[in-house]
Design a protein around this ligand. Structure first.
Ligand SMILES: Nc1nc2c(ncn2[C@@H]2O[C@H](COP(=O)(O)OP(=O)(O)OP(=O)(O)O)[C@@H](O)[C@H]2O)c(=O)[nH]1
Ligand SMILES: [Mg+2]
Length: 227
């Protein structure tokens, strides 16, 4: 059995009609179980995804976190890869991302933009605030668990399906990333990072408004770290 037969790829997508085809084509090299969780797109995202051979499910309109949680229940293979639909992550990095899991060195591997570089974290004030917030959250996680992480927020990650199911994930928005990281460490599972470059979104606009959700990051960070 090849590694390819053991990987499900979950792609959360909302209004990504211009990006989704390219991502699915590139992901096919690494998995035959490609799942697109559609966030009630107003464009042709779900139609294109299903034409490209992906299994497509609609989320319940609560956000990317809920989409990720739904995807986990649909995945059929033993290792799940999460990748964004906007072209920010390179599917060509998937072999390096899953390697530590298949070599038995990790249960969860996070792509690190701090180790791999990012075209989206630097350059203007909003990006600066986002990067600083992300660094502070990561620092807190490192102090609490004695870890040496550099990125707790990346949407590009791989995890054993049974571990993902055991975490009892609850978050509905993008705070799902830090929830996964914190609960992995809390559960005593092995978390590693590999460098992964983050590219600028190819087409379309961000679904995230930091000014509206920052308090939810702080709230979930404190809740999962200490309670
Ligand atoms: N199913 C689903 N997918 C979503 C939802 N919100 C965002 N996404 C997808 O989740 C991924 C990450 O969202 P982005 O808007 O790119 O967020 P981001 O990467 O933090 O922001 P950018 O800086 O613009 O890249 C993308 O593939 C989105 O299409 C949602 O409510 N439901
Ligand atoms: Mg993005």
């Amino acid at each position: 059995m090849q590694v390819k037969d053991k990987i499900s790829i979950i792609i959360p997508a909302r209004n990504e009609a211009k990006n989704i085809e390219d991502i699915i084509i590139k992901c096919r090299e690494f998995s035959d179980d490609i799942i697109v969780i559609d966030g009630h797109s107003l464009d042709e995202t779900p139609q294109i995804a299903s034409r490209m051979g992906a299994r497509v499910y609609a989320d319940n309109k609560k956000g990317k976190g809920e989409a990720i949680r739904l995807g986990i229940t649909k995945a059929e293979k033993e290792v799940i890869v999460f990748i964004d639909a906007d072209g920010s992550h390179d599917p060509g990095d998937i072999p390096e991302l899953v390697r530590p899991i298949f070599e038995g060195r990790a249960d969860h591997v996070s792509g690190s933009r701090m180790r791999g570089g990012s075209d989206e974290l630097h350059g203007d004030f909003a990006k600066f605030i986002r990067m600083m917030g992300s660094d502070i959250i990561t620092l807190g996680i490192n102090y609490r668990f004695g870890a040496e992480l550099t990125d707790s927020q990346n949407g590009f990650r791989a995890i054993r399906k049974n571990v993902a199911l055991s975490l009892g994930l609850k978050e509905n928005i993008t705070t799902i990333e830090q929830e996964m990281v914190i609960k992995t460490l809390k559960g005593g599972y092995r978390l590693l990072e590999v460098p992964a470059h983050e590219y600028a979104r190819k087409y379309g606009t961000s679904c995230i408004k930091v000014s509206r959700v920052w308090w939810r990051y702080v709230f979930s960070w404190v809740k999962y770290l200490f309670f």
